[in-house]
Design a protein around this ligand. Structure first.
Ligand SMILES: Nc1ncnc2c1ncn2[C@@H]1O[C@H](COP(=O)(O)OP(=O)(O)OP(=O)(O)O)[C@@H](O)[C@H]1O
Ligand SMILES: [Mg+2]
Length: 394
């Protein structure tokens, strides 16, 4: 007689490896994936595929994106975002190379889920993998340079809706978040992956192998700590701490709601205990001056973001500022960081000079991997009359 293995014997399947393999297979197969109907496009897909700056419907072009160019197209009294895949993606690595496919896959799944038809998550009008097109409503907003309570709550709410539906967003970088008059929006789903929120922490490794990555960690690492870095250097440590307190309180409230929904839905004890551990750490810190948590989350945020940028070879001047913050933290607060068990794996074996040498080396790499500066002070955005283009063909 054979005994069926308990479900938990499957937990060591590497879901990240599997996802990458399936996506590479998909690319190799040349299969198409279409979302929505071509008839809903602002212009016929063939015309969208050939779009250039001289087309009369084009109002803006965002060409600093690494995987795609994004056109603002005006037709029928409305604005549309037309994202067109670059023939050669500028991000290194499998995830970068498959990010357009990934976005079309996620948009196909999201379009079928009523819980994800909500303000804050860009809906899909039409998408086709083979045509390299994603059409969505234009978001009349701008990048978030400074956070307030409303904006942070909206961002966490979108993140929670995605998590509950089994989607984990990795890249909350400033270029992937827009805010209009009413709402903070997510619209770039290139690094949004599936996972099982009832059994897994996130979509990395086995789903349980990288407990350090979660929604607040992603938001802080990719976005909020970049802003806190600016606050710290312009307005001082106290201003940054006050802002951090607001963000952490919002994160705690979001996680308490997440914990209770996941418990109702039948999440495993492993997932619930992991969330309880995070929440109790934050609660204790919020009851005090918060400086230690700021140091630890700051280290974590800047170190992981530096790592992401080095892996993708997508470094910017902010990457260098983050590296400088890390070096300063090592020089001034090595003892406190060590006491909190900040370093894992190989880094845990290094002493202070060893860590300083390592981060000096990483800073040098970040200098090497600097992306070319955006071509305009709009951060890569052009309006037609600003382009140094040949005359329009009549
Ligand atoms: N629906 C939209 N409404 C308004 N602006 C948009 C929209 N979609 C994209 N954009 C603009 O185009 C830029 C690039 O878009 P997106 O991030 O989707 O492309 P990308 O090539 O994946 O970029 P990257 O690889 O740098 O993340 C955004 O930063 C944003 O300014
Ligand atoms: Mg993007």
């Amino acid at each position: 007689m054979t005994t069926l293995p308990p479900n938990d014997t499957h937990i060591d399947i590497d879901i990240e490896h599997l996802r990458r393999q399936r996506q590479l297979d998909w690319v190799a197969s040349g299969r198409d994936l279409v979302v929505g109907h071509a008839a809903d496009c602002p212009l016929p897909p063939d015309e969208l595929m050939r779009l250039d700056a001289r087309h009369p419907a084009v109002r803006e072009l965002h060409d600093s994106g690494l995987t795609a160019e994004v056109f603002r197209v005006h037709t029928g009294g409305r604005d549309w975002a037309v994202k067109r895949a670059r023939s050669a993606c500028k991000v290194q690595g499998v995830d970068g190379q498959t990010s357009f496919l990934n976005e079309v896959q996620r948009r196909a799944e999201m379009a079928a889920l009523p819980a994800l038809q909500r303000p804050g998550l860009s809906p899909t009008v039409y998408a086709s993998l083979k045509q390299g097109l994603i059409v969505s409503p234009w978001i009349a907003g701008s990048r978030v340079d400074g956070w307030d309570e409303t904006g942070l709550r909206q961002l966490f709410d979108s993140g929670l809706a995605l998590l509950r539906a089994g989607f984990f967003e990795w890249d909350f970088c400033p270029g992937n978040v827009l805010r209009d008059e009413r709402q903070v929006w997510l619209f770039d789903y290139g690094y949004l992956y599936r996972f099982d929120p009832l059994r897994h922490f996130n979509s990395a490794g086995t789903g349980l192998s990288a407990p350090q990555h979660h929604l607040a960690e992603r938001i802080e690492s990719r976005h909020v700590f970049g802003w806190l870095l600016q606050l710290e250097s312009r307005h001082g440590a106290d201003a940054a701490l006050r802002a951090f307190r607001i963000e952490k309180s919002i994160a705690l409230d979001a996680y308490q709601r997440l914990r209770s929904t996941l418990a109702t839905d039948g999440a495993t004890a492993t997932v619930l205990q992991w969330l309880d551990g995070i929440c109790s750490g934050w609660c204790a810190a919020l009851a005090g001056p918060l400086a230690d948590l700021y140091l630890c989350e700051g280290w974590r945020s800047h170190a992981t973001d530096l790592d992401d940028d080095l892996k993708g070879q997508t470094c910017t001047p902010t990457t260098l500022e983050r590296a400088d913050w890390l070096l300063q933290a090592l020089r001034l607060h090595h003892g406190a960081l060590a006491a909190h068990g900040t370093w894992q794996g190989e880094e845990a074996t290094l002493d202070r000079p060893g860590l300083i040498a390592r981060y000096e080396q990483r800073r040098r790499q970040a200098v090497e991997f600097q992306l070319p500066a955006p071509t305009s002070d709009h951060g890569g955005m052009h309006r037609p009359n600003e382009w140094p283009l040949p005359e329009k063909a009549s």
